[in-house]
Ligand binder design. Structure first.
Ligand code: G4P
Length: 526
């Protein structure tokens, strides 16, 4: 196959949702269709197996959340689907943000009872930053949820994106009878069942077909006709370019646990979702079809096996063909590495692969050479952009509790930061270090891992910091004047970039007013 054909048959996407909306259930059903798993329940049970295998994950096991982002690849109707799972728990949101940089599109699950929830709003912000195409799946239609028009308004209002329904529900909760597909004008009839793979589909000539009454009764047929007429008037035909540029989200209704509407979602997704697209490095735009290999690391997962201090770096391929055993150029280290071990993530199993193509995610065994954001190429310089760090929400100072283990603490902190578990800020004055996280739970993970993996013991003491602001100025003199005047509050991030640690919101505002020549940024990429 040519590289163009390989690219045309690939879809790399992520599912996002607020916890409990049904992401895991939907993932599982998609894997069932792909033949990647044989039975319902397999995704959850394998999650538990994974916990049992891995010591440090005890924390998440206890709390019943998924810290890890995993990749599941499967084939369906000749298309290679790379599905990137994202931690739903908000304390690990940064991990999810980074995973979203490696996908080409997103499916967003919304609970029809709860509507759009806070975590979905935050994740959608990240999608908007990158104009990622989004499809919405309104789930749990077997429950007494909100009115569908209301749900569409909720998505438009809270997520700042236009919607375009491609299916329309007939009833909801106890009266839910199925959906009418506006996309292919068919009727899909609902029967609650966890095991069934295919819903009954009735092809109609159009919405005026008398068959409608036969299947859903007079009352529902009349209501559906009214709804469909209104929807067609309101939304017209879907403009695919608007979806592909992230302006409009097609919407589907269904029930993941009953496997209803999932096949419809998957089939339409394959027809309309984007395959791997060009990406920018700091030097140029890289087309996926180029023969030159390139890719970037978006996740580093440590200690998959606690007995061996190994890490897996997740690499998203952006262009060219990956060939195991080749030497690839690490742009940050300005060095070539021979990649002799690489893993594919076919469903739950990891298997060695010899080649991979744009859109694919491969796992590279790592002994400490890779950090999040690193770029590999076949020789060209230029680093992929778009994996920013965001200012954390909670800051604490690191206090070493075991002077004999200072080296271990430093090593542990540095490696955990490479993995992106949290962000470390080293103050310019004194040897103070602050760790910033998105959620409290991350401190527990860090503390636990420092102890268990590095034998180091540290406390995390609260400090007064409201935001970490990356600073820049046109005039270098002004920047150094600012740094001199705020010395106690200046730190450096993991890449040595200058950061102003603002104590409070009001104070930050005052400093911004007093130093108009200084630019304050809330993400590391500006
Ligand atoms: P998450 O990954 O987004 O956190 O959600 P998950 O799939 O784990 O689903 C959360 C709960 O919602 C699960 O129930 C799941 O069975 C249920 N669910 C998913 N889809 C539907 C649906 O279409 N209709 C209804 N009524 N429920 C749905 P649970 O009780 O937490 O777990 P379980 O014991 O059912 O596995």
């Amino acid at each position: 196959m040519t590289i163009e054909q390989e690219i045309a048959k690939r879809r790399t996407f992520g599912i996002i949702s607020h916890p409990d909306a049904g992401k895991t259930t939907l993932t599982e059903k998609l894997l069932l269709f792909g033949g990647a798993i044989q039975q319902a329940g397999a995704v959850k049970s394998s999650k538990i197996d994974m916990h049992a295998r891995s010591d440090w994950m005890d924390i998440e096991k206890q709390r019943g959340i998924s810290v890890a982002t995993s990749v599941m690849a499967f084939e369906y109707e000749g298309i290679k689907i790379n599905l990137l799972d994202t931690p739903g728990h908000q304390d690990f949101a940064e991990d999810t943000y980074r995973t979203l940089t490696a996908v080409d599109s997103v499916v967003m699950v919304v609970d029809c009872v709860k509507g759009v929830e806070i975590q979905t709003e935050k994740l959608m912000e990240v999608c908007r930053m990158r104009s990622t195409p989004v499809i919405a799946f309104i789930n749990k239609m077997d429950r007494e949820g909100r009115d569908p028009y209301d749900l569409l308004d909720d998505i438009e209002g809270k997520l700042d994106i236009n919607v375009h329904p491609l299916s329309w529900p007939i009833g909801i909760g106890k009266t839910f009878k199925g959906v009418y597909s506006l996309y292919d004008k068919s009727l899909r009839l609902f029967q609650p069942s966890k095991q069934r793979l295919y819903e009954e589909t009735v092809k109609l000539s159009d919405i005026d077909s008398p068959d409608l009454e036969k299947f859903i009764g007079e009352k529902d047929a009349a209501k559906l006709r009214e709804d469909v007429t209104l929807i067609n008037e309101l939304y017209g035909d879907l403009d695919l370019d608007d979806y592909l540029s992230g302006k409009i989200a097609p919407v589907f209704f269904g029930s993941a646990v009953n496997n209803f509407g999932v096949k419809e979602l998957l089939d339409t997704f394959l027809k309309i979702s984007p395959n791997p697209k060009p990406r920018n490095t700091d030097l140029r735009e890289v087309l996926p079809t180029e023969n030159h290999f390139s890719g970037f690391i978006f996740k580093v997962h440590a200690n998959m096996d606690p007995k061996h201090r190994n890490r897996i770096a997740f690499l998203r391929i952006c262009s060219g063909k990956f060939v195991r055993g080749s030497n690839y150029y690490h742009t940050r280290q300005d060095k070539k590495f021979r990649i002799s071990q690489a893993t594919a993530f076919m469903a739950q199993d990891k298997e060695t692969i010899d080649e991979a193509w744009p859109g694919d995610i491969i796992g590279l065994y790592d002994t400490g050479n890779f950090k999040i954001g690193d770029t590999l190429t076949d020789g060209e310089k230029g680093t992929f952009k778009g994996i920013p760090s965001f200012s954390p929400e909670i800051f604490r100072e690191v206090v070493n509790r075991d002077a004999m283990k200072t080296k271990q603490l430093e090593k542990g902190l540095s490696q955990l930061m490479d993995e992106g578990v949290a962000q470390l800020f080293s103050y310019e004055m004194g040897a103070r270090k602050a760790v910033g996280v998105v959620g409290q739970l991350q401190f527990e993970v860090i503390q636990y891992r420092l102890k268990n993996e590095y034998g180091a013991s540290a406390d995390f003491v609260p400090i007064q910091v409201y935001k970490a602001c990356w600073i820049s100025a046109k005039d270098p003199k002004k920047l150094s004047e600012f740094i001199d005047s705020k010395q106690r509050h200046i730190a450096r991030d993991k890449d040595g970039k200058l950061v102003f640690m603002a104590e409070t919101r009001a104070w930050l505002q005052m400093v911004q007013d007093n130093f108009p020549e200084i630019n304050f940024h809330f993400t590391s990429e500006f």
